[in-house]
Design a protein around this ligand. Structure first.
Ligand code: HEM
Length: 186
């Protein structure tokens, strides 16, 4: 099943990105620092959303419009007193078909799973505002993930098709890491 193989094949990319994100979070001292951190998520998620939009139709994913998106990030940044001007450079991976789009969306939807951990870390740094993006779907997270995974699993009918989604997911992870620049992940 694609949901198993994509998880396995992106484990390392997830770990690498997670390390970078945690490293960046450790430098957060104020709402302004946090807003700046969120700008990295905003610019990248926004670009990936645009890249996948032609392929993620309402027919394929009926609840797409109700899912968390980069507008949550924009609201969070504004709640923190920031704005979405002067964004860091970001490059979405190349998306040319539905399987690649689903691979990229897998990364964005899956990131909701780490949200509660991120919210708790932020609390330790005294940050409690602007957390709607990382709060994800709250108690509905498991259910929303199960619905997405069920659809993901209907789309790949061969190892070649699985590979399209997996490669796009790995590129989505690694391109996101580049948005954070060179941070030491030792
Ligand atoms: C501090 C940063 C992060 C932490 C601590 C974290 C932690 C987690 C945890 C605990 C899970 C659930 C694993 C499981 O139940 O098997 C998860 C899943 C996942 N995370 Fe992260 N995460 C972080 C950042 C991210 C980011 C930035 C992304 C992508 C933009 C991401 C993408 C994913 C994906 C795709 C999954 C789903 C894996 C699967 O079940 O197939 N994570 N993460």
């Amino acid at each position: 099943m694609l949901s198993n193989s994509i998880k396995e094949a992106t484990r390392e990319a997830h770990l690498n990105l997670e390390k970078k994100v945690v490293q960046k979070m450790k430098a957060i001292r104020s709402d302004a620092d946090y807003a700046d951190f969120l700008k990295h998520f905003y610019t990248y998620f926004n670009q990936v959303e645009q890249a996948i939009a032609p392929y993620i139709t309402a027919e394929l994913l009926p609840d797409h419009a109700e899912r968390r998106n980069s507008q949550y990030l924009k609201q969070d940044i504004q709640e923190l007193g920031g704005d979405v001007n002067d964004l860091p450079a970001a490059q979405a991976p190349e998306i040319n078909n539905t399987l690649q789009a689903l691979g990229a969306l897998y990364v964005m939807e899956g990131s909701i799973m780490g949200g509660p951990i991120i919210v708790k870390m932020l609390e330790k740094f005294g940050i409690t505002k602007g957390v709607s993006f990382f709060s994800g779907y709250g108690e509905a997270t498991g259910q929303m993930w199960a619905k997405f995974v069920a659809i993901l699993n209907t789309q790949a009918h061969s190892l070649e098709e699985e590979a399209l989604a997996i490669e796009a997911a790995n590129a989505t992870f690694s391109n996101f890491g580049e948005v954070f620049g060179e941070v030491s992940v030792a």
